[in-house]
Design a protein around this ligand. Sequence first.
Ligand SMILES: Cc1cc2nc3c(=O)[nH]c(=O)nc-3n(C[C@H](O)[C@H](O)[C@H](O)COP(=O)(O)O)c2cc1C
Length: 192
Amino acid sequence: MLIRRRSTRSFASRPLSIDQVAVVMWAAQGRTAGGRRSCPSAHALYPLTLTMVAGNVDGLAAGTYRYDAERHVLAPVADGDHRDRVAGTTLADHDWLRQAAVLLLLSGDMDAATQHFADQPPQGCRGRRYVWLEAGHASQNIYLQATETDLGAVLVAGFDDDRLLGLTPAVVPSGQRPLALFGVGHPADRQS
Ligand SMILES: Cc1cc2nc3c(=O)[nH]c(=O)nc-3n(C[C@H](O)[C@H](O)[C@H](O)COP(=O)(O)O)c2cc1C
C-alpha cells in the first residue's frame, strides 16, 4: 500500500459513500482496544479534533461535522456547503480543492497540550511539538487508508491560519489551531 500512496489533486464528481468517509475518519482518529486510538498520542492525551467539511457524500447533507472518536459517529456542526470558503483559505488558492467530495481538517488543542506537558523542557514548547507530531501520524493514516480504499487524498498544509480561523466554530473548533487540511474524493482518472 505504501508504494501506491500519492497525492491526488484531480477529483471526479462521483459522491463518496458514508462507509468510505467513515473508514478514512476512523483511520485518522478512530478508537481501538483499551480506549486507545489509531494513531499514537503522547500520554494518550488525544488533543486532536477531526472535522469533516462535507459537500458530496451520498445520503449526507452538505455541512460540517465533527468526528466523535469515542462513539464513531459524526456530530453535525453547521449546515451548507463550506468547501469553497475553506478552499479559499489556501495560500495558492487551490481551485481543484473545491472539487474534493469532502475536506478533512485536523485541529489541535494547543493550550491543553502545553498545560499538560508544562513540566517537560523546553518549557512551553513541548506540548505544541507533540501535537504537531501527532497530526503527522494522523495525516499519514488518512493517506494510507485513502490508498487502501481506492480514494484520492491530498494534504494541504499551505493555508492562511487567520482566514481559516475566521471559520470558527463552523470549521475550526473554538480554542483550537488548524493543523492539516485534506481533500478526499474519487480520483478523476478512475471511473468506478
Ligand atoms: C507538510 C506538508 C504540507 C503540504 N502542503 C501542501 C499544499 O499546501 N498543497 C499541496 O498541493 N500539496 C501539499 N502537500 C503535498 C506535497 O506536495 C506532496 O506530498 C509532494 O508533492 C509529494 O507527492 P506525493 O504525496 O504524491 O508523494 C504537502 C505535504 C506535506 C507533507
